[in-house]
Ligand binder design. Structure first.
Ligand SMILES: *[C@@H]1O[C@H](CO)[C@@H](O)[C@H](O)[C@H]1NC(C)=O
Ligand SMILES: *[C@@H]1O[C@H](CO)[C@@H](O)[C@H](O)[C@H]1NC(C)=O
Length: 426
Protein backbone atom coordinates (compact mmCIF):
# COMPACT_ATOMS: atom_id res chain seq x y z
CA UNK A 1 0.00 0.00 0.00
CA UNK A 2 1.34 3.39 -0.91
CA UNK A 3 2.90 5.44 1.86
CA UNK A 4 2.56 8.99 0.65
CA UNK A 5 4.30 10.57 3.60
CA UNK A 6 7.54 8.70 2.95
CA UNK A 7 8.01 9.73 -0.64
CA UNK A 8 11.50 11.07 -1.20
CA UNK A 9 13.43 13.12 -3.68
CA UNK A 10 14.05 12.02 -7.26
CA UNK A 11 17.44 11.56 -8.82
CA UNK A 12 18.54 11.08 -12.40
CA UNK A 13 21.65 10.05 -14.42
CA UNK A 14 22.97 7.51 -17.02
CA UNK A 15 22.42 3.77 -17.15
CA UNK A 16 24.49 0.58 -16.85
CA UNK A 17 23.15 -2.64 -18.33
CA UNK A 18 22.45 -5.55 -16.03
CA UNK A 19 21.11 -9.01 -16.79
CA UNK A 20 17.65 -9.56 -15.38
CA UNK A 21 16.61 -13.11 -14.76
CA UNK A 22 13.13 -13.87 -16.02
CA UNK A 23 11.33 -16.08 -13.58
CA UNK A 24 8.40 -18.06 -14.83
CA UNK A 25 6.28 -18.37 -11.75
CA UNK A 26 2.79 -19.77 -12.18
CA UNK A 27 0.99 -18.74 -9.02
CA UNK A 28 -1.96 -20.81 -7.91
CA UNK A 29 -4.71 -20.10 -5.40
CA UNK A 30 -3.68 -21.54 -2.06
CA UNK A 31 -6.74 -22.63 -0.09
CA UNK A 32 -6.60 -22.01 3.66
CA UNK A 33 -6.88 -24.95 6.07
CA UNK A 34 -10.13 -25.42 8.05
CA UNK A 35 -10.50 -22.79 10.79
CA UNK A 36 -9.73 -25.26 13.57
CA UNK A 37 -6.49 -26.27 11.92
CA UNK A 38 -5.60 -22.63 11.23
CA UNK A 39 -6.06 -21.87 14.93
CA UNK A 40 -3.68 -24.67 15.94
CA UNK A 41 -1.06 -23.46 13.46
CA UNK A 42 -1.37 -19.84 14.58
CA UNK A 43 -1.23 -20.73 18.28
CA UNK A 44 2.01 -22.64 17.68
CA UNK A 45 3.47 -19.53 16.02
CA UNK A 46 2.35 -17.36 18.95
CA UNK A 47 3.90 -19.76 21.48
CA UNK A 48 7.17 -19.63 19.55
CA UNK A 49 7.08 -15.84 19.55
CA UNK A 50 6.21 -15.53 23.25
CA UNK A 51 9.12 -17.80 24.14
CA UNK A 52 11.40 -15.09 22.75
CA UNK A 53 10.11 -12.35 25.08
CA UNK A 54 12.58 -12.85 27.98
CA UNK A 55 15.55 -12.40 25.65
CA UNK A 56 13.97 -9.27 24.12
CA UNK A 57 13.51 -7.84 27.65
CA UNK A 58 17.12 -8.65 28.50
CA UNK A 59 18.34 -7.12 25.24
CA UNK A 60 16.65 -3.82 26.10
CA UNK A 61 17.68 -4.00 29.73
CA UNK A 62 14.27 -4.14 31.41
CA UNK A 63 13.25 -6.69 34.05
CA UNK A 64 9.57 -6.96 33.24
CA UNK A 65 6.87 -5.90 30.77
CA UNK A 66 3.28 -5.15 31.72
CA UNK A 67 0.55 -5.08 29.07
CA UNK A 68 -2.82 -4.22 30.56
CA UNK A 69 -6.16 -3.49 28.91
CA UNK A 70 -9.92 -3.56 29.23
CA UNK A 71 -12.27 -5.38 26.87
CA UNK A 72 -12.43 -3.40 23.56
CA UNK A 73 -9.63 -1.04 24.62
CA UNK A 74 -6.78 -3.40 23.80
CA UNK A 75 -3.11 -2.55 23.69
CA UNK A 76 -1.81 -2.84 20.09
CA UNK A 77 0.50 -5.65 21.21
CA UNK A 78 -2.50 -7.66 22.48
CA UNK A 79 -3.26 -8.67 18.88
CA UNK A 80 0.17 -10.29 18.56
CA UNK A 81 -0.16 -12.09 21.92
CA UNK A 82 -3.72 -13.42 21.83
CA UNK A 83 -4.74 -16.97 21.04
CA UNK A 84 -6.58 -17.69 17.80
CA UNK A 85 -9.84 -18.21 19.70
CA UNK A 86 -9.68 -14.81 21.42
CA UNK A 87 -11.56 -12.02 19.68
CA UNK A 88 -10.92 -9.31 22.26
CA UNK A 89 -9.58 -8.86 25.76
CA UNK A 90 -12.07 -9.72 28.53
CA UNK A 91 -12.75 -7.65 31.66
CA UNK A 92 -9.32 -6.33 32.65
CA UNK A 93 -6.72 -8.52 30.96
CA UNK A 94 -3.23 -7.98 32.34
CA UNK A 95 -0.06 -9.70 31.21
CA UNK A 96 3.26 -9.70 33.02
CA UNK A 97 6.41 -10.93 31.31
CA UNK A 98 9.65 -11.40 33.26
CA UNK A 99 13.19 -11.17 31.90
CA UNK A 100 14.90 -13.40 34.45
CA UNK A 101 12.57 -16.17 35.54
CA UNK A 102 12.93 -19.16 33.25
CA UNK A 103 10.51 -21.36 35.24
CA UNK A 104 7.68 -18.74 35.31
CA UNK A 105 8.40 -16.22 32.57
CA UNK A 106 4.83 -14.99 32.11
CA UNK A 107 1.58 -14.38 33.97
CA UNK A 108 -1.91 -13.45 32.81
CA UNK A 109 -4.87 -12.21 34.83
CA UNK A 110 -8.40 -11.78 33.53
CA UNK A 111 -10.17 -9.98 36.32
CA UNK A 112 -12.45 -7.10 37.03
CA UNK A 113 -11.87 -6.91 40.76
CA UNK A 114 -9.13 -5.03 42.63
CA UNK A 115 -7.63 -8.35 43.79
CA UNK A 116 -5.49 -8.36 40.64
CA UNK A 117 -3.12 -5.68 41.94
CA UNK A 118 -1.92 -7.31 45.19
CA UNK A 119 -1.36 -10.51 43.15
CA UNK A 120 0.73 -8.64 40.62
CA UNK A 121 2.70 -6.89 43.37
CA UNK A 122 3.32 -10.19 45.12
CA UNK A 123 4.80 -11.74 41.95
CA UNK A 124 6.96 -8.67 41.29
CA UNK A 125 8.15 -8.72 44.90
CA UNK A 126 9.13 -12.38 45.05
CA UNK A 127 11.48 -12.35 42.07
CA UNK A 128 15.05 -13.34 42.93
CA UNK A 129 16.34 -10.89 40.32
CA UNK A 130 15.00 -7.58 41.57
CA UNK A 131 12.47 -5.96 39.25
CA UNK A 132 13.85 -2.46 38.83
CA UNK A 133 12.56 -1.51 35.41
CA UNK A 134 9.10 -2.43 34.12
CA UNK A 135 8.41 -1.62 30.47
CA UNK A 136 4.97 -0.28 29.54
CA UNK A 137 3.75 0.71 26.08
CA UNK A 138 3.54 4.46 26.49
CA UNK A 139 5.73 5.82 23.70
CA UNK A 140 4.35 9.10 22.30
CA UNK A 141 5.08 8.34 18.61
CA UNK A 142 5.43 4.65 17.81
CA UNK A 143 2.03 2.99 17.43
CA UNK A 144 3.21 -0.50 18.36
CA UNK A 145 4.76 0.82 21.58
CA UNK A 146 2.02 3.18 22.67
CA UNK A 147 -0.95 0.86 23.09
CA UNK A 148 -1.42 1.33 26.86
CA UNK A 149 -4.56 3.44 27.07
CA UNK A 150 -4.24 6.63 29.11
CA UNK A 151 -6.96 5.58 31.57
CA UNK A 152 -5.43 2.13 31.94
CA UNK A 153 -2.03 3.66 32.73
CA UNK A 154 -3.72 5.55 35.57
CA UNK A 155 -5.28 2.31 36.79
CA UNK A 156 -1.95 0.45 36.61
CA UNK A 157 -0.15 3.19 38.56
CA UNK A 158 -2.84 3.39 41.20
CA UNK A 159 -3.10 -0.41 41.45
CA UNK A 160 0.65 -0.96 41.81
CA UNK A 161 1.23 1.84 44.30
CA UNK A 162 3.94 4.48 44.36
CA UNK A 163 7.03 2.30 44.62
CA UNK A 164 6.27 -0.08 41.74
CA UNK A 165 4.73 2.71 39.66
CA UNK A 166 8.02 4.63 39.89
CA UNK A 167 9.71 1.71 38.10
CA UNK A 168 7.57 1.94 34.98
CA UNK A 169 9.58 2.91 31.89
CA UNK A 170 8.92 3.37 28.19
CA UNK A 171 11.22 1.13 26.13
CA UNK A 172 9.66 1.24 22.65
CA UNK A 173 11.91 -1.39 21.08
CA UNK A 174 10.47 -4.12 23.31
CA UNK A 175 7.05 -3.98 21.64
CA UNK A 176 8.52 -3.23 18.22
CA UNK A 177 10.85 -6.20 18.32
CA UNK A 178 8.18 -8.56 19.63
CA UNK A 179 5.70 -7.55 16.91
CA UNK A 180 8.35 -7.46 14.16
CA UNK A 181 10.02 -10.79 14.90
CA UNK A 182 8.47 -13.55 12.82
CA UNK A 183 8.84 -17.18 13.84
CA UNK A 184 10.63 -19.05 11.06
CA UNK A 185 7.78 -21.59 10.97
CA UNK A 186 5.53 -18.88 9.53
CA UNK A 187 7.51 -18.57 6.30
CA UNK A 188 5.78 -21.40 4.41
CA UNK A 189 2.34 -19.93 4.89
CA UNK A 190 3.57 -16.43 4.19
CA UNK A 191 4.75 -17.64 0.78
CA UNK A 192 1.34 -19.24 0.17
CA UNK A 193 -0.49 -16.03 1.05
CA UNK A 194 1.78 -14.19 -1.31
CA UNK A 195 1.20 -16.75 -4.05
CA UNK A 196 -2.56 -16.31 -3.63
CA UNK A 197 -2.14 -12.53 -3.94
CA UNK A 198 -0.24 -13.08 -7.21
CA UNK A 199 -2.89 -15.48 -8.47
CA UNK A 200 -5.68 -12.99 -7.77
CA UNK A 201 -3.76 -10.26 -9.61
CA UNK A 202 -3.01 -12.63 -12.49
CA UNK A 203 -6.69 -13.43 -12.98
CA UNK A 204 -7.79 -9.82 -12.44
CA UNK A 205 -5.34 -8.58 -15.07
CA UNK A 206 -6.50 -11.00 -17.77
CA UNK A 207 -9.08 -11.24 -20.49
CA UNK A 208 -11.36 -13.23 -18.21
CA UNK A 209 -11.99 -10.18 -16.00
CA UNK A 210 -11.16 -7.18 -18.19
CA UNK A 211 -13.04 -6.39 -21.38
CA UNK A 212 -11.29 -3.36 -22.90
CA UNK A 213 -13.65 -0.54 -23.67
CA UNK A 214 -16.15 -1.71 -21.07
CA UNK A 215 -14.52 -2.80 -17.75
CA UNK A 216 -13.57 0.02 -15.36
CA UNK A 217 -10.72 0.10 -12.87
CA UNK A 218 -13.35 0.07 -10.10
CA UNK A 219 -14.94 -3.07 -11.56
CA UNK A 220 -11.58 -4.82 -11.25
CA UNK A 221 -11.09 -3.60 -7.66
CA UNK A 222 -14.46 -5.02 -6.60
CA UNK A 223 -13.83 -8.24 -8.50
CA UNK A 224 -10.65 -8.66 -6.40
CA UNK A 225 -12.54 -8.01 -3.16
CA UNK A 226 -15.18 -10.56 -4.14
CA UNK A 227 -12.53 -13.11 -5.13
CA UNK A 228 -10.81 -12.79 -1.75
CA UNK A 229 -14.11 -13.28 0.01
CA UNK A 230 -14.80 -16.43 -2.06
CA UNK A 231 -11.35 -17.71 -1.14
CA UNK A 232 -12.06 -17.02 2.58
CA UNK A 233 -9.20 -14.55 2.61
CA UNK A 234 -9.48 -10.97 3.82
CA UNK A 235 -7.54 -7.81 3.13
CA UNK A 236 -6.32 -4.79 5.06
CA UNK A 237 -7.07 -2.14 2.40
CA UNK A 238 -9.34 -1.76 -0.58
CA UNK A 239 -7.41 -2.74 -3.72
CA UNK A 240 -6.39 0.10 -5.96
CA UNK A 241 -6.39 -0.45 -9.72
CA UNK A 242 -5.37 2.35 -12.03
CA UNK A 243 -4.20 3.21 -15.52
CA UNK A 244 -0.67 4.64 -15.52
CA UNK A 245 -0.29 7.76 -17.64
CA UNK A 246 1.90 10.87 -17.75
CA UNK A 247 0.15 12.19 -14.63
CA UNK A 248 1.27 9.14 -12.64
CA UNK A 249 -0.71 6.33 -11.07
CA UNK A 250 -3.48 6.22 -8.44
CA UNK A 251 -5.21 8.81 -10.55
CA UNK A 252 -7.83 6.98 -12.56
CA UNK A 253 -10.77 6.08 -10.33
CA UNK A 254 -13.53 4.42 -12.27
CA UNK A 255 -11.72 4.82 -15.60
CA UNK A 256 -12.76 2.56 -18.49
CA UNK A 257 -9.82 0.31 -19.37
CA UNK A 258 -8.78 0.56 -23.02
CA UNK A 259 -6.46 -1.33 -25.36
CA UNK A 260 -2.85 -0.26 -24.93
CA UNK A 261 -3.32 0.77 -21.29
CA UNK A 262 -0.54 0.25 -18.76
CA UNK A 263 -2.30 -1.04 -15.63
CA UNK A 264 -1.19 -0.81 -12.02
CA UNK A 265 -2.55 -2.55 -8.95
CA UNK A 266 -1.83 -2.15 -5.25
CA UNK A 267 -3.18 -5.19 -3.48
CA UNK A 268 -2.79 -7.05 -0.17
CA UNK A 269 -4.28 -10.15 1.40
CA UNK A 270 -4.88 -10.99 5.07
CA UNK A 271 -5.10 -14.50 6.48
CA UNK A 272 -3.91 -16.43 9.54
CA UNK A 273 -2.80 -13.26 11.29
CA UNK A 274 -0.54 -12.11 8.45
CA UNK A 275 -0.73 -9.47 5.74
CA UNK A 276 0.87 -9.04 2.32
CA UNK A 277 1.38 -5.99 0.10
CA UNK A 278 1.99 -6.19 -3.65
CA UNK A 279 2.10 -3.76 -6.56
CA UNK A 280 2.19 -5.19 -10.06
CA UNK A 281 1.86 -3.91 -13.61
CA UNK A 282 -0.27 -5.18 -16.46
CA UNK A 283 -0.66 -4.35 -20.12
CA UNK A 284 -3.78 -4.47 -22.28
CA UNK A 285 -2.74 -5.83 -25.67
CA UNK A 286 -4.11 -3.98 -28.65
CA UNK A 287 -5.87 -6.05 -31.30
CA UNK A 288 -3.22 -7.86 -33.32
CA UNK A 289 -0.49 -7.07 -30.78
CA UNK A 290 1.12 -10.05 -29.10
CA UNK A 291 3.73 -8.43 -26.91
CA UNK A 292 4.28 -5.45 -24.66
CA UNK A 293 5.93 -2.35 -26.24
CA UNK A 294 9.69 -2.39 -25.69
CA UNK A 295 9.69 0.92 -23.79
CA UNK A 296 7.36 -0.49 -21.15
CA UNK A 297 9.46 -3.62 -20.79
CA UNK A 298 12.52 -1.45 -20.22
CA UNK A 299 10.66 0.45 -17.51
CA UNK A 300 9.84 -2.76 -15.65
CA UNK A 301 13.46 -3.90 -15.96
CA UNK A 302 14.60 -0.63 -14.45
CA UNK A 303 12.18 -1.18 -11.58
CA UNK A 304 13.60 -4.67 -11.03
CA UNK A 305 17.09 -3.19 -10.87
CA UNK A 306 15.95 -0.72 -8.22
CA UNK A 307 14.41 -3.61 -6.26
CA UNK A 308 17.74 -5.47 -6.35
CA UNK A 309 19.49 -2.35 -5.09
CA UNK A 310 17.17 -1.84 -2.12
CA UNK A 311 17.25 -5.54 -1.23
CA UNK A 312 21.07 -5.61 -1.36
CA UNK A 313 21.27 -2.59 0.96
CA UNK A 314 19.07 -4.03 3.69
CA UNK A 315 21.71 -4.76 6.28
CA UNK A 316 20.68 -5.77 9.78
CA UNK A 317 21.64 -3.11 12.28
CA UNK A 318 21.41 -0.13 9.93
CA UNK A 319 18.78 2.53 10.36
CA UNK A 320 16.01 2.90 7.81
CA UNK A 321 17.48 6.23 6.76
CA UNK A 322 20.94 4.77 6.12
CA UNK A 323 19.42 2.07 3.92
CA UNK A 324 17.39 4.63 2.03
CA UNK A 325 20.40 6.90 1.52
CA UNK A 326 22.58 4.07 0.21
CA UNK A 327 19.81 2.76 -2.03
CA UNK A 328 19.20 6.18 -3.57
CA UNK A 329 22.95 6.64 -4.11
CA UNK A 330 23.22 3.25 -5.85
CA UNK A 331 20.15 4.01 -7.94
CA UNK A 332 21.69 7.31 -8.94
CA UNK A 333 24.93 5.53 -9.94
CA UNK A 334 22.86 3.15 -12.10
CA UNK A 335 21.05 6.06 -13.73
CA UNK A 336 17.74 5.24 -12.13
CA UNK A 337 15.38 8.05 -11.28
CA UNK A 338 12.80 7.09 -8.70
CA UNK A 339 11.56 6.94 -5.14
CA UNK A 340 11.75 4.36 -2.38
CA UNK A 341 9.08 4.06 0.33
CA UNK A 342 9.44 0.57 1.75
CA UNK A 343 8.00 -0.60 5.06
CA UNK A 344 7.90 -3.57 7.43
CA UNK A 345 4.95 -5.98 7.07
CA UNK A 346 3.63 -9.00 8.95
CA UNK A 347 1.10 -8.83 11.80
CA UNK A 348 0.08 -5.50 10.29
CA UNK A 349 0.12 -4.23 6.72
CA UNK A 350 2.35 -1.36 7.75
CA UNK A 351 4.05 -3.22 10.57
CA UNK A 352 6.55 -2.59 13.33
CA UNK A 353 10.25 -2.23 12.59
CA UNK A 354 12.56 -0.02 10.62
CA UNK A 355 10.52 2.24 8.42
CA UNK A 356 12.53 4.38 6.08
CA UNK A 357 13.46 6.68 8.96
CA UNK A 358 15.94 6.96 11.80
CA UNK A 359 13.98 5.56 14.70
CA UNK A 360 14.66 1.82 14.49
CA UNK A 361 17.15 -0.76 13.45
CA UNK A 362 16.11 -3.88 11.59
CA UNK A 363 15.02 -6.94 13.52
CA UNK A 364 16.15 -10.41 12.48
CA UNK A 365 13.53 -12.63 10.79
CA UNK A 366 11.20 -9.79 9.95
CA UNK A 367 9.22 -9.35 6.75
CA UNK A 368 9.57 -6.26 4.65
CA UNK A 369 7.72 -4.78 1.74
CA UNK A 370 10.10 -3.37 -0.88
CA UNK A 371 8.00 -0.57 -2.29
CA UNK A 372 9.32 1.85 -4.88
CA UNK A 373 8.74 3.64 -8.13
CA UNK A 374 11.10 4.36 -11.04
CA UNK A 375 10.62 6.73 -13.90
CA UNK A 376 11.31 5.73 -17.49
CA UNK A 377 10.93 7.48 -20.82
CA UNK A 378 8.75 5.33 -23.05
CA UNK A 379 9.42 6.24 -26.70
CA UNK A 380 6.18 4.57 -27.86
CA UNK A 381 4.30 7.05 -25.68
CA UNK A 382 6.70 9.94 -26.12
CA UNK A 383 6.39 10.34 -22.35
CA UNK A 384 8.08 9.56 -19.07
CA UNK A 385 5.97 7.11 -17.08
CA UNK A 386 6.19 5.91 -13.49
CA UNK A 387 6.69 2.20 -12.86
CA UNK A 388 5.56 1.48 -9.30
CA UNK A 389 6.44 -1.97 -7.91
CA UNK A 390 6.05 -3.60 -4.53
CA UNK A 391 7.05 -7.05 -3.38
CA UNK A 392 7.44 -8.64 0.05
CA UNK A 393 10.73 -10.12 1.25
CA UNK A 394 11.68 -12.23 4.22
CA UNK A 395 14.85 -12.10 6.31
CA UNK A 396 16.60 -15.48 6.35
CA UNK A 397 19.73 -14.78 8.39
CA UNK A 398 22.79 -12.59 8.24
CA UNK A 399 22.12 -9.85 5.73
CA UNK A 400 20.19 -12.16 3.46
CA UNK A 401 16.62 -11.58 2.31
CA UNK A 402 14.54 -13.63 -0.09
CA UNK A 403 11.37 -12.76 -2.01
CA UNK A 404 8.45 -14.17 -0.04
CA UNK A 405 7.12 -15.72 -3.26
CA UNK A 406 8.84 -14.02 -6.17
CA UNK A 407 8.98 -10.69 -7.90
CA UNK A 408 7.34 -9.47 -11.07
CA UNK A 409 9.60 -9.50 -14.10
CA UNK A 410 6.93 -9.81 -16.78
CA UNK A 411 3.76 -7.89 -17.37
CA UNK A 412 0.38 -9.44 -16.66
CA UNK A 413 -1.26 -9.49 -20.08
CA UNK A 414 -4.86 -8.72 -20.84
CA UNK A 415 -5.59 -10.48 -24.13
CA UNK A 416 -8.97 -9.97 -25.63
CA UNK A 417 -10.70 -10.09 -28.95
CA UNK A 418 -11.45 -6.61 -30.15
CA UNK A 419 -15.17 -5.92 -30.06
CA UNK A 420 -14.85 -2.77 -32.05
CA UNK A 421 -11.50 -1.67 -33.36
CA UNK A 422 -10.97 2.06 -33.32
CA UNK A 423 -8.84 3.49 -36.11
CA UNK A 424 -6.28 5.04 -33.73
CA UNK A 425 -5.50 1.60 -32.33
CA UNK A 426 -4.31 0.20 -35.63
C1 LIG B 1 9.67 -17.03 39.47
O1 LIG B 1 8.37 -16.53 39.80
C2 LIG B 1 7.68 -17.30 40.74
C3 LIG B 1 6.29 -16.67 40.91
O2 LIG B 1 6.39 -15.39 41.38
C4 LIG B 1 8.47 -17.32 42.05
O3 LIG B 1 7.79 -18.14 42.99
C5 LIG B 1 9.86 -17.85 41.82
O4 LIG B 1 10.62 -17.73 42.98
C6 LIG B 1 10.51 -17.04 40.72
N1 LIG B 1 11.80 -17.59 40.41
C7 LIG B 1 12.90 -16.81 40.35
C8 LIG B 1 14.16 -17.52 39.94
O5 LIG B 1 12.90 -15.64 40.60
C1 LIG C 1 7.09 14.46 -27.94
O1 LIG C 1 6.81 15.31 -26.86
C2 LIG C 1 7.46 16.53 -26.90
C3 LIG C 1 7.27 17.26 -25.61
O2 LIG C 1 5.95 17.13 -25.15
C4 LIG C 1 6.98 17.30 -28.13
O3 LIG C 1 7.65 18.53 -28.20
C5 LIG C 1 7.23 16.47 -29.36
O4 LIG C 1 6.70 17.09 -30.47
C6 LIG C 1 6.66 15.09 -29.23
N1 LIG C 1 7.08 14.28 -30.32
C7 LIG C 1 6.22 13.56 -31.05
C8 LIG C 1 6.82 12.73 -32.14
O5 LIG C 1 5.02 13.59 -30.87
Amino acid sequence: MKLLYLALANIAIASRPQAVLQLDLSPEYQPLPPLRQQAAIQDAWTAERKAGIPSILQKYNVDAWIISQREYAEDTVFWSLKSAQQFSARRRTTYLFLAHNSSSPSFAWVDNTPSLWPELERVLGEQEHEVEKIAVNTHPEIAFSSGLHAGELDAVKKGLGKDWASRLVSEPMVAVEYVATMPSSRAGWYAKLQETAWAVIGEAFSGSVIEPGRTTTEDVEWWMREKLSDLKYGTWFHPSVSVVDEAGFFGSEGKVIEHGDLLHVDFGVTAMGMNTDTQHLGYVLRPGEDDVPEGLKEGLKKGNKAQDIVKANMKIGMTGNEILKRSLEDMKAEGIEGRVYSHPIGDWGHAAGALIDEIFLYCPNMYYSVELMVEHFVPERNATLQFPLEEDIRHVGGDEWVWAFGRQEKFHLVRSEARKIKSDEL
